[in-house]
Design a protein around this ligand. Structure first.
Ligand SMILES: [Fe+2]
Length: 460
C-alpha cells in the first residue's frame, strides 16, 4: 500500500522538526534549528525542515496522504485535565482553564501548523491532519523504530506533553498499549528542568550540563528526597519546591522560574556565573541520583514483569537523553536489549507521530538504523563553507570532513561532519562562535558511513 506521511513537531514551542515516511521507510528527517541556525528554534514552525524533506524526496504537497502532528486534544472524560486542576488548585485560573478550555493550546498549535502547511503549498481543504498524543508519538519513535519483533516494554520520561509527563506501556505485534501515565505537575523531567534553572542553566537545554556536573559532587551530602517520591504506584512532585506556576514561582529580575522561593530558602541563592563549585555540584549530584532512583523504581513497578519476560525496552522522551540513567537501565539484569530513540527530545516526535500513523494505516515502519537523514554536503560544499569564514585560518593544515546526509536528526554532537583542529590557542572557541559555522563543526563524532573528506589548505 502506497502511503506518504509527513510528521511535523513544534507544538511545545521548541525543537520543531519534520519527518517524511514513504511506504514505511523514513526517507528524510530534519530539525528546523539546523536550517535557521537558532538553537531549539523556539516559537518557530518546521517550515524549512518540512521543505527539505519534501524536496529531498521529490514529493509535492498534493502527494502527501496525511500530516501527523505529535499533539492532540485531551478528553475531559479522562484523568489528565482533572489531575492538573486538582494539583494546581493554588492557581485557580490555570486549574479552571484546564477543565473549561483544556485544549486551547492544541487549537492554537493546529492553526500554526495549518499556516505552515499553507506556506509550503498545501491545500488545506485536501490535507488531512492527524493528531497523535504527545507521549504516544514519543513511544512510537522508540518502539516502532527499535525493530524489536518480540513484546517490548516502552518507557517515556518527559517534561510534559499535553498533560502527560510519563508513559509506561508495551508494544506487541506492532501495536502500542498504554499501561499508565502520570500528569503535570508530577513530572520527573520537569523537576530536573526546574533544578537545571536553579543551577543557572536554561531549562530544555542545560539538563545535560547538570548531568555533567553531577559526577563532581557527592550525592550523599544533601538529601533531595523531599522533592519527589514514588509510592503506591504514583509519582508525586513536591510543588512547594518545584514544578510550580503562578505566585509560587521564584522571580529574579522580572523572570519567573519553575522552582519556588522555598527552594531558595532551603538550598541558598540560585547559582550564578560559570563556576561548578560547592554546594552546587552536590545539588547536581543529588538531583541526578533522585532522577535515577525514581526512574528505576517506576520502571520496575510498571514494566518489571515485561522486562523479566522479554528483556526488551524502548525508551524515549527528554529523560531518555540522560545517558547516566541509560547506563543504569542497561546494567539491570532483566534488560537484555535497550533501544533509546536518538532524537528523544521533541524533535523526534515528528518521526514518532508519522510512524504511529503509518502503522495505524497498515504500513509497518522500518527499523531506524541511523540518524543521518538531513541534507548532504559535497567536498565542494565543505571547502566553500570553510572559505566563507575567515576565522578558519589557523597555522597548520586542516581537514574538513562531512558524510553524506550530514545533518542528523538527533543530538548536535552526533552530526556527521567535523573540522578537526588543534584545541590550543586563545581564539579557537570565539573564532568558531563568530563563524557560526554549524556546517563545519569542531569535535563532532565521525560516522562509519561513507564520507567525503576535503583537505583544506592553510591560508595565512
Ligand atoms: Fe516531549
Amino acid at each position: 500500500m502506497a502511503l506518504t506521511l509527513l510528521g511535523l513537531s513544534g507544538a511545545l514551542t521548541h525543537d520543531p522538526s519534520a519527518a517524511l515516511y514513504r511506504d514505511g521507510r523514513l526517507v528524510a528527517a530534519a530539525e528546523e534549528e539546523r536550517f535557521v541556525r537558532d538553537k531549539h528554534a523556539k516559537n518557530r514552525m518546521p517550515y524549512e525542515a518540512a521543505k527539505f524533506c519534501l524536496d529531498f524526496a521529490g514529493i509535492r504537497p498534493a502527494e502527501v496522504d496525511a500530516v501527523a502532528i505529535p499533539f492532540a486534544p485531551i478528553s475531559l472524560l479522562g484523568p489528565a485535565r482533572w489531575h492538573y486542576a486538582r494539583r494546581y488548585w493554588y492557581a485557580p485560573d490555570r486549574a479552571l482553564d484546564a477543565i473549561l478550555t483544556g485544549n486551547r493550546r492544541f487549537h492554537r498549535y493546529r492553526r500554526r501548523i495549518e499556516w505552515c502547511l499553507q506556506q509550503l503549498g498545501f491545500d488545506l481543504r485536501k490535507t488531512e491532519i492527524v493528531p497523535v498524543e504527545h507521549h504516544l508519538a514519543h513511544a512510537a519513535s522508540a518502539y516502532h523504530c527499535a525493530g524489536f519483533q518480540e513484546k517490548t516494554a516502552i518507557l517515556g520520561i518527559d517534561g510534559k506533553g499535553e498533560y502527560a509527563t510519563t508513559f509506561f506501556g508495551y508494544g506487541e505485534n506492532g501495536r502500542i498499549h498504554r499501561i499508565k501515565e502520570f500528569y503535570d505537575p508530577d513530572s520527573l523531567g520537569g523537576l530536573y528542568g526546574a533544578l537545571t534553572e536553579y543551577l543557572g542553566f536554561e531549562m530544555l537545554d542545560g539538563e545535560y550540563k547538570v548531568m555533567g556536573m553531577a559526577p563532581y559532587g557527592d550525592p550523599g551530602r544533601y538529601d533531595f528526597s523531599r522533592l519527589a517520591r514514588f509510592e503506591n504506584g504514583e509519582l508525586k512532585v513536591n510543588t512547594q519546591y518545584a514544578n510550580v506556576i503562578g505566585f509560587r514561582r521564584y522571580k529574579e529580575e522580572g523572570k519567573g522560574y519553575y522552582f519556588s522561593p522555598k527552594l531558595v530558602e532551603w538550598l541558598g541563592p540560585k547559582r550564578a556565573g560559570d563556576v561548578a563549585d560547592d554546594p552546587y555540584i552536590h545539588y547536581a549530584a543529588s538531583m541526578q541520583k533522585l532522577f535515577e532512583d525514581l526512574s528505576l523504581q517506576m520502571l520496575d513497578h510498571y514494566l518489571g514483569d515485561i522486562l523479566r519476560e522479554t528483556g526488551r525496552l524502548a525508551f524515549s522522551g527528554g529523560g531518555a537523553l540522560n545517558v547516566k540513567l541509560n547506563q543504569k537501565i542497561i546494567a539491570r539484569p532483566d534488560v537484555r536489549e535497550l533501544f533509546v530513540q536518538p532524537a528523544s527530545g521533541d524533535a523526534g516526535t515528528a518521526v514518532g507521530a508519522a510512524a504511529y500513523v503509518s502503522v495505524q494505516r497498515g504500513v509497518a515502519v522500518e527499523k531506524m538504523e541511523h540518524v543521518y537523514l538531513g541534507p548532504a554536503y559535497s567536498n565542494e560544499d565543505v571547502i566553500a563553507a570553510c572559505a566563507r569564514h575567515p576565522a578558519i585560518r589557523w597555522p597548520g593544515s586542516r581537514a574538513g570532513w562531512s558524510s553524506d546526509r550530514a545533518r542528523s536528526v538527533a543530538g548536535r554532537s552526533l552530526a556527521a561532519r567535523a573540522l578537526p583542529v588543534s584545541p590550543t590557542g586563545s581564539t579557537r572557541r570565539s573564532s568558531f562562535a563568530n563563524a557560526g559555522a554549524r556546517s563545519v563543526r569542531a569535535c563532532s563524532i565521525p560516522s562509519r558511513r561513507r564520507c567525503s573528506a576535503a583537505r583544506i589548505r592553510h591560508r595565512s
